[in-house]
Design a binder for this molecule. Sequence first.
Ligand SMILES: *Cc1c(COP(=O)(O)O)cnc(C)c1O
Length: 386
Amino acid sequence: MATSDRMAAARRAIAEFAEEKLDRIRARSLHRRLRPTLRSEGGRADREGRRLVSFSDNDYLGLSTDPRVKQAAADAALRHGAGAGASRLVTGDCPLYAELEAALAAMKGTEAALVFGSGYLANISVIPVLARPGDHILLDALSHACMHAGARLSGAIVETFRHNDAEDLRARLAASAAARKLVLTETVFSMDGDLAPLDAIAEACADHGAWMMTDDAHGFGVVDAPNPAPLQMGTLSKAAGGYGGYVCGPRPFIDLLINRARGFVFTTGLPPAALGAAIEALRIMKAEPARGARALAHARRFSRALDLPAAQSAIVPVILGSADETLAQSQWLAENGFLVTAIRPPTVPAGTARLRVSFSSGHRQEDVEALCEAMKQMQAMAKAEA
Ligand SMILES: *Cc1c(COP(=O)(O)O)cnc(C)c1O
C-alpha cells in the first residue's frame, strides 16, 4: 500500500478510536464542548446570543477587564513586542519579569519568586525538582489535577491524605520511611471553596521533617491568610486577571528552579503583555484591598440566602450529586440570564457534580440578589417535581 493510503487508514483508525471514547463519555452525561464567550466588565458574558451575568469566572477582582490592566498589557506589547522570542534563559527574559517577581516575593514575604508560563506548568515543573524516586509526596485528596500530575512526574511515592485532615496527614507522615517528604495542599480549594488548616498542616510537617508547598490559586487577592509554608505557588490567571504562574520561596531554591525546572528551561517566556498586565494587577490588588472583601461579602450573602455553610472564599459549591440534574439546573439558569457552570467528574469526585458559583468584586449587589432569587425558585421547582 502507498504511504498516503496507509496514512489515510491511520486517520480513520484515530477517528474511530476517538468516537468510541466519546460515546462512552456522552453515555455518562460527561461530554464537554467549547462555547465562545465574550466577557466584559461587571461579570457580563455574551454567549450563544444571550447576555448573561457570569458566576463562573475566577476573575474574583474583576481585573481581567479592568481598563487600567488592559492598558498596561497594550503598553507592554507596544514597548516590548507581542512575544518573548525565546526561553527566558536565552533572550526571553524581558525586563518586566524582574519587576513582577520582586512584587510577588514582597507580597508573599519570601526571598524570591519565579514566574512560569502558567500555574499548571509551575506545579508540574516544581514538584519534580523537589522530589524524586524514593521520596514521599503526600497531597490533600482534593488537590488540583496539576499537583497530582507533578507528583506523578516526579517518580516519588505518591499518597493522598483525607481532605483537610491534619491528623490523617500526621499518621501517614509518621508511617513514612522516606528520607525526604513533601506535603502539598491548596490554600482555598478550587471546587469547594473551603480553606486548608495551614497551621495544623505546617505543624505536622515540622514534627516529621517534611517540606510544605501550598497552591494559592484561589486565595491570592481574596483570602490572604498568613501562610507558614516555605514554598508557595499560585497563578496570575485568577484574581490577578491575566495569565502566568509563580513560585515563591528561598533564593537558592528559585535559582535551582531556573537551572532545573523543565517547564521553565524548555519553554518560551510569557508575552510581555501578560507581564505588564500582571504588574498593574498586583499594584491594584495592593492599593484596593476592598475588592477582595467585596467578592467575599457577595459569597457570604449568597450562602446565607440559600442556607448553605457560610462561604469562606469567593467560591460556593451547590452540590447536587447527579451530573444530569446539575446540567439541567445550569441550563435553566442560563435561560434566566445566569452563567453558572455545571462541574462534573473528573473535575470533582464521582457522585458530587455541582454548580460552582463564584463571585467577583465586579458583581453588583442586585446581581447577587437576582441570582439568589433564581436559585431559590429553581430549587422549589426541583422539590415540587421530586
Ligand atoms: C487553576 C488552577 C491551577 C492552574 O493555574 P493556571 O494558571 O490556570 O494554569 C493550579 N492550581 C489550582 C488549584 C487551580 O485552581
